[in-house]
Structure formats: C-alpha cells, structure tokens
Design a binder for this molecule. Structure first.
Ligand code: NAD
Length: 273
C-alpha cells in the first residue's frame, strides 16, 4: 500500500474503503472483509448512519487501532456544534480518536463553516482527531478558512473521476499542500465503467475497468476511496499496485472528461440545512 504525506507530517494510505450507502447491518461484514483484505483507510460520515458498524468491524478485526486510518465527517446541521458532534462520532465508533475529521460540505446558506473549522482546530489540539480537513470545499471556501485561521486543511475530499478530473482545484491544492481525496472515484459504477476505451486499456493490462480507473487516481497522486459491498469487488479494488498506466493510457482517459457532476455542486448544495 502506498501512502501520501499530509501537511501536518502524518501519513495516510493512498487507497481506502468508502462506506456511503452501506446499510448499518452491511457495514460490519463489509468493513471487516476490507480490513482482512488489507485496506487500512476507512471513510465514513455521521450521515451515512453506519459509524457503529464501522467501529464494530474495526474491533472484531483484531487489527491494532493505530494501524487503521479512520475518517469521519461533521454533518452540515452540526457546524455550530462541532466539538459536541465529534464526541458523538467517537462514541458511536467506539474509538478514542479519529485520524481525520472533515467538514462534510461548506453549505453556503448557513455560513458557519469558519466557526466549524475553528472548533476542529481545537478538537485536534485536544487529541480527538490527529488530522483535520474538509470536503466539497471550493477554492474560495479554502482561501477563507486559511485566511481567517492560518490553518491549512490536510485534505479536501471532492467528487473526482475521469468524467470530472478537477484540474483547477487540484492545482490549487498542490500550491497550498492540501491532499486531494477523490469521492465517487469510480463514477458510482454508472456508465463510466462501461466505456469502450476503458475496456480496451483494461484488456491491455489484464485488469478490469474499475482497476484502471483506480490506478489512474493513484498515478495522479490522489487518495481514493472506492465503495463496494461485493466481496470479490472489495478485493479487486485493492489489487491495483502491480501495474502503472502509460502516457497513451492517460491521454485516452483524459478524453473521458465531460465536466459532469454526479453529486451536488458545493456552490449551491445545502443538504440538511
Ligand atoms: P464509487 O465511485 O466508489 O462507486 C461505487 C459503486 O461502483 C458500487 O456501488 C458498485 O456499483 C460499483 N463498483 C465498485 N467496485 C466495482 C468494481 N470493481 N467493478 C464494477 N463496479 C464496481 O462511489 P461512491 O460510493 O459514491 O464513492 C466512494 C466513497 O466516497 C463513498 O463510499 C464515501 O465514502 C465517499 N463519498 C464522499 C462524499 C462526500 O460528500 N464527501 C460523497 C460521495 C461519496
């Protein structure tokens, strides 16, 4: 497993297991299997409703807590009570600390994310989370929290896949030392993975289209968190460390950019508020 180094000096696995839309009762076997297969980064969120299951799977895996990189997220209506919300997530997960706590969305309508960021800085000082970051933040959102607190997020987790490669935001992240983490990295499995160009590249490498897309994220230096509840796919998505893509593969994948979002637009999304 390759790692990336965060701007706070800590390291993070480059490939992890995402659990959005994994039902509470499915979370235990799915996360348990992912950990047994070798995943060491788990990405959940308060709103996914499966923090208890994630915690149970971590405990039953027998893998020492400090070998697992655990991320959860502050849900939007909790931006005014971030210090209580992190305690609640810790209790549901049954852990003493998080590796990474993210503000889930900026939600411009309520305009509270700067206060949430200040509370997260305090949570890190208190040892409740070792790193802090954001999700779905635009350049303007990032600039504002950096200007108002002087603290640069370790990570910005954003929608990113070959259909939406986010070059401009990635360049901004690189300039400021922010790691880019790709959500819906497989394009949610819809459409993207059926593309004939991907099928051709996959045949050439003896890999699946999903593995080609995951390798693309890794080759770009991104952190990537594919989701699956199918045991064979959980394992397949991890088996991407024995090949790399060539320049012509990358050129071909670049043609899949259609600028189309699968999820909300952070400029206007105000989920839950
Ligand atoms: P994804 O791109 O990981 O796609 C998952 C789907 O792809 C699966 O449900 C399955 O249908 C298909 N799939 C998975 N592996 C496959 C394989 N090997 N072959 C063929 N099909 C396969 O989508 P996602 O779940 O939306 O995103 C991944 C993770 O990102 C989430 O679980 C969550 O942790 C995170 N996320 C974060 C946000 C955010 O706002 N921060 C939003 C969405 C997702």
């Amino acid at each position: 497993m390759t790692t990336v180094t965060l701007n706070d000096g800590r390291t993070m696995p480059q490939l992890g297991f995402g659990v959005w839309q994994v039902e509470a009762d499915q979370a235990v076997p799915a996360v348990y299997q992912a950990l047994k297969d070798g995943y060491r980064l788990i990405d959940t969120a308060m709103i996914y409703g499966n923090e208890e299951g994630v915690g149970e799977a971590i405990r039953t895996s027998g893998i020492p807590r400090d070998e697992i990189f655990l991320t959860t997220k502050l849900w939007n209506p909790d931006q005014g009570r971030a210090s209580e919300a992190i305690d609640e997530s810790l209790a549901r997960l049954g852990v003493d600390y998080l590796d990474l706590y993210l503000i889930h969305w900026p939600t411009p309508k309520q305009d509270k994310y700067v206060d949430a960021w200040k509370a997260m800085i305090e949570s890190r000082k208190a040892g409740k989370t070792l790193s802090i970051g954001v999700s779905n933040f635009t350049k303007a959102n990032l600039q504002r929290i950096m200007d108002e607190t002087g603290v640069v997020p370790a990570v910005n987790q954003i929608e990113l896949h070959p259909g939406l490669p986010q070059e401009e935001l990635r360049a901004f992240h690189a300039e400021h030392g922010i790691v880019t983490e790709s959500w819906s990295p497989l394009g949610q499995g819809k459409g993207l993975l059926d593309d004939p160009k991907l099928a051709q590249i996959a045949r050439k490498h003896g890999k699946s289209p999903a593995q080609i897309v995951l390798r693309w994220h890794l080759d770009l230096g991104l952190v990537v968190i594919p989701k699956s509840v199918t045991p064979a796919r959980i394992l397949e998505n991890l088996n991407v460390f024995d090949f790399t893509l060539g320049a012509e593969d990358l050129d071909e994948i670049a043609t899949l950019n259609n600028g189309h979002r699968l999820g909300g637009d952070p400029e206007t999304a105000n989920y839950g508020v």
